[in-house]
Design a protein around this ligand. Structure first.
Ligand code: AMP
Ligand code: MG
Length: 421
């Protein structure tokens, strides 16, 4: 095959998969973990876990008609069409202490917010709209309409309704919903087990002294944080040298009881980049290059039962690849209903440059202009090793393959970090 020669503004690489194709390849290769891999936990332990079953309501919430206001519960037939009417107050209903008697026409009861409405009463008059004559009589006018200020049984949730679906990541409101149904325990999918390590002879861990030419390993810390945001069980395997034997042994160990292995570094074409070679010996490679910046050299494959993601070494590339590819992969594997990061159009206040033939994920700060419109500016130097550009950012500016120059004032697509980084 003959390929057109690349020129200065073009970065087409026939071996590199378009970013969206790479993601599809990952999602097609990976099947969600089995339905049976679940655990049943007390309600307070299921926050951020994934539901393994649909939850349907075994009762109405609220269970009874009750008052939405402090006031007087009346029969709608006693409301005056106009003018004033006097009613007899024959009792009271407090939340948790219902009125046990029966009300005849012309009678009403004092009622508090959340208190059960007695049989036969269907309307609540706010106490501010009532003239209290004495302990047993009130006067009301025609402001209140039949049925006002009543919360009906089942209006939040009706019995039999599916309130939360399998695959749902349980959030604060969900925990409250589950409690309102009286559930004490919930069945959730087991957490994913993820092993990760850094590769590179130049890397030292924090707490060690740097020799000439060495740097501190930062990727393991960003990966640690991002994996915890995804609620994975993590195994930090430290730094592995640029040595095929050491790599082989680390990957074999990691593959034993993990769903996913993530490495950083050593996936490019340098003389000390052994990851791809070792992966091809131990397992298989699905692809190893993506038409994106950052994150071009990225090896995806499998070792035994573990999915393998060999991320590039550059610190920004690690974070971009994790966000764009690993989060969807983790959600898919964990049988989670996928959640898309919020994607918006904004006006760029910075001129942006890129090469054609690759998707770029530049780092931006999204905010609102005085007129309320969305604007985005880039976070300085966009080199793949400049971690500060990530630290300052709250979104990616996604520049599609074909674009080259984007002028200040142009509209661009931005993707909010979604609390994932
Ligand atoms: P590599 O992909 O191994 O060629 O690494 C690309 C660049 O990222 C090099 O400058 C590495 O020193 C740097 N790098 C690799 N791994 C890490 C790491 N864990 N923390 C910080 N920088 C790294
Ligand atoms: Mg390296």
């Amino acid at each position: 095959m003959i390929h057109a020669p690349a020129f200065c503004c073009d970065d087409r690489d026939p071996d590199a998969l378009p970013a969206d194709v790479a993601l599809q390849r990952i999602l097609t290769a990976i099947s969600p973990i089995a339905d049976t891999e679940t655990e049943t936990l007390p309600l307070l332990q299921v926050l951020d876990r994934i539901l393994s079953v649909n939850i349907s309501a075994t009762m109405n919430v609220p269970a009874h008609n009750n008052s939405a206001m402090d006031g007087y519960a009346v029969n709608a037939g006693d409301l005056p069409a106009d003018g004033i009417r006097e009613l007899r107050v024959i009792g009271s209903s407090f939340a948790g202490h219902p009125f046990s008697g029966a009300c005849l026409r012309g009678e009403c009861i004092r009622i508090m917010t959340g208190a059960m409405l007695p049989k036969g009463l269907d309307t609540v008059i706010p106490q501010e709209h009532v003239e209290v004559l004495d302990e047993s009589s009130i006067r009301l006018d025609s402001r209140t309409r039949p049925g006002d200020n009543v919360r009906h049984a089942g209006e939040d949730i009706h019995q039999g309704q599916i309130v939360l679906k399998r695959g749902r990541r349980i959030r604060a409101a969900d925990l409250g919903l589950l409690a309102s149904l009286g559930l004490t325990e919930v069945s959730v999918i087991r957490r994913l087990r993820v092993a990760f390590f850094s590769t590179g002879d130049e890397l030292r861990s924090i707490g060690q002294t740097l020799q000439e030419g060495e740097i501190y390993d930062s990727n393991r810390y960003t990966l640690h944080a991002m994996l915890l945001h995804q609620h994975c069980l993590i195994t930090d395997m430290g730094v592995v040298r640029d040595d095929p034997h050491a790599l082989r042994s680390a990957l074999q160990t990691a593959a034993i009881d993990h769903d996913i292995i993530i490495t950083s570094g050593g996936v490019s074409v340098g003389a000390a980049d052994y990851v791809r070679q070792v992966l091809s010996e131990l397992g298989n490679i699905n692809f190893w290059k993506i038409a994106s910046k950052p994150g071009r050299p990225l090896t995806f494959g499998k070792i035994g039962n573990a999915w393998f993601f060999g991320l590039p070494g550059n610190p920004v590339a690690v974070m971009v690849s994790f966000f764009q590819l690993l989060i969807p992969a983790l959600q898919h594997l964990a049988a989670e209903t996928p959640t898309q990061p919020l994607t918006l159009m904004a006006t760029t206040t910075s001129a942006l440059k890129k090469k054609a033939g690759r998707t770029e994920y530049q780092r931006g700060i999204l905010s609102q202009a005085e007129d309320g419109s969305l604007i985005v500016s880039k976070t300085g130097n966009q080199g793949s090793g400049i971690l500060l550009s990530m630290s300052l950012a709250n979104c990616f500016i996604i520049l599609p393959d074909a674009d080259t120059h984007i002028a200040a004032g142009d509209k661009v697509m931005v993707q909010a970090f979604n609390g994932w980084m």
